[in-house]
Design a protein around this ligand. Structure first.
Ligand code: XLS
Ligand code: NI
Ligand code: NI
Length: 448
């Protein structure tokens, strides 16, 4: 596919051409060593397995500001005085970046792309203006939208939550934004729509009616589904779990909590999960654990690819470069048959000290190569009969006979007791954890 290298009138990343696969021996920091979109793995192109997306917020809006100091990155697309002019420049810079990086998808929040107006109507118009331009740019570059979402957590009005806010007026405002963001997602052909519950939780249990707030959340999601389907959105609604930050506790704590919630309120199926690595680890799990909980439930929708720092207890949103993480994640994804219509969205930001424009490319290259390696290594492991044997043959006693009858619910507690009495002490069967770990390491070393 040939793509024009920049859109609009200005080149925002001069001196950087479209990135290519150059193979493992390349020493070019702006080339892929493993990610080769055309390479066939397990019967599919790498690009179609990984379905990479770039996020708008961290990459084109954030400047590196932290609670201790202002931004360090000076974006050439953020210099004009007028809101609309800045938004247009930012969009062009983003599409230039997407094209040069050569990824197929992107993701946005309403007010990453547009700017908030003084009224609901004004904000809607601002978003419509930017969606029209984004649609043009998608047409010119071949980019597709992985998902859209609404930022219903930054504006001070959402300090007590959005759909779970104790004040109904705030709930209606959140609804106005979700409606407009759903319209935008449909207009741009997005395959998914995300709800990350930014401030849907509490800071103080004692002043919060948790039962009522959770019920409001369920009603709100149900109405969003109803509206989305009515305007022709046939993609997946996604809930992105996170246990804390900004709130002390967030209702969408982790994968299993969200799965239980979706099933309880009859939302499962239309709604699936968007698992973010750093959120899973904040919940005390591994990334692969939360993915596996989703695939077991048939509810894995998409992935926010990033990583935390084991020494920091917050959402550092670093680029994913840990090979074990990507191997374990891709083992789950491959076993489940893939991510489509979801993908791997880099919800990750370069560090505050990474101030060269090329750093944003280098960071994405690292993440893409790490997942490409994860894919190849995972495919090798899953095709090794020893993996099957170590993981599944442990359950052979349930394949037939009484074990099978137990699985089918045909044996009562007394019958089970009698079997134990008859059969006596069970034979010890080792878990073989170290064999499994060594097998994985062998594939990691053998590489790609
Ligand atoms: C923040 C979330 C956010 C969502 C989209 O922690 O990861 O970026 O992905 O609202
Ligand atoms: Ni995220
Ligand atoms: Ni996050």
């Amino acid at each position: 596919m040939s793509r024009s290298v920049f859109v609009g009138d200005t080149e925002y990343f001069p001196g950087i051409a479209q990135l290519k696969y150059e193979g493992p021996d390349s020493d070019n920091p702006l080339a892929f060593k493993t990610y080769d979109p055309e390479r066939i793995v397990a019967g599919k192109r790498m690009e179609d397995h990984l379905r990479f997306a770039v996020c708008y917020w961290h990459s084109f809006c954030a400047t590196g500001a932290d609670p201790f100091g202002p931004g360090t990155r000076h974006h050439p697309w953020a210099v004009k005085n007028d809101d609309e002019a800045r938004a247009r420049d930012r969009l062009d810079a983003a599409f230039e970046f997407f094209t040069k990086l050569n990824v197929p998808y992107w993701c946005f929040h309403d007010f990453d792309m547009a700017w908030e107006g003084a009224s609901v109507r004004e904000s809607e118009q601002n978003l419509e203006t930017m969606v029209a331009l984004a649609k043009e740019r998608q047409g010119e570059t071949g980019m597709k939208l992985l998902w859209g979402t609404a930022n219903v957590f930054s504006n001070p009005r959402y300090m007590n939550g959005a759909s779970t806010n104790p004040d109904f007026d705030v709930v209606t405002y959140a609804a106005s934004q979700v409606k407009a963001a759903l319209d935008a997602t449909v207009e741009l052909g997005g395959g998914n729509y995300v709800f990350w519950g930014g401030r849907e939780g509490y800071a103080c249990l004692q002043n919060t009616d948790t039962k009522r707030e959770l019920e409001h959340l369920a009603v709100f999601l149900d109405k969003a589904r109803e509206y989305g389907r009515a305007i022709g959105f046939d993609g997946t609604f996604l809930i992105e779990p996170k246990p804390m930050e900004p709130m002390k506790h967030q209702y969408d704590f982790d994968a299993q909590t969200v799965i239980g919630f979706l099933r309880h309120y009859g939302l499962a199926g239309d709604f699936k999960l968007n698992i973010e690595a750093n959120h899973a680890t904040l919940a005390g799990h591994t990334f692969a654990h939360d993915l596996r909980m989703c695939t077991d439930a048939g509810l894995l929708g998409s992935i926010d690819a990033n990583r935390g720092d084991p020494q920091n207890g917050w959402d550092t949103d670093q680029f994913p470069i840990d090979l074990y993480d990507t191997v374990h994640a891709m083992m789950v994804v491959l076993e489940a048959g893939g991510l489509e219509p979801g993908g791997l969205n880099f919800d990750a930001k370069v560090r505050r000290e990474s101030t060269d424009p090329e750093d944003l490319f280098i960071a994405h290259v690292g993440g893409m190569d790490a997942f490409a390696r994860g894919l190849l290594i995972a495919d090798g492991i899953l095709n090794d009969p020893r993996h099957r044997q170590l993981r599944y043959d442990r359950y052979a006693s349930f394949d037939d006979g009484d074990g099978k009858r137990f699985e089918n619910g045909e044996l009562g507690l007394e019958e089970l007791r009698n079997l134990a009495a008859e059969n006596g002490e069970p034979r010890q069967r080792a878990g073989k954890q170290e064999r499994m770990e060594n097998l994985i390491n062998d594939y990691v070393v053998r590489g790609c």
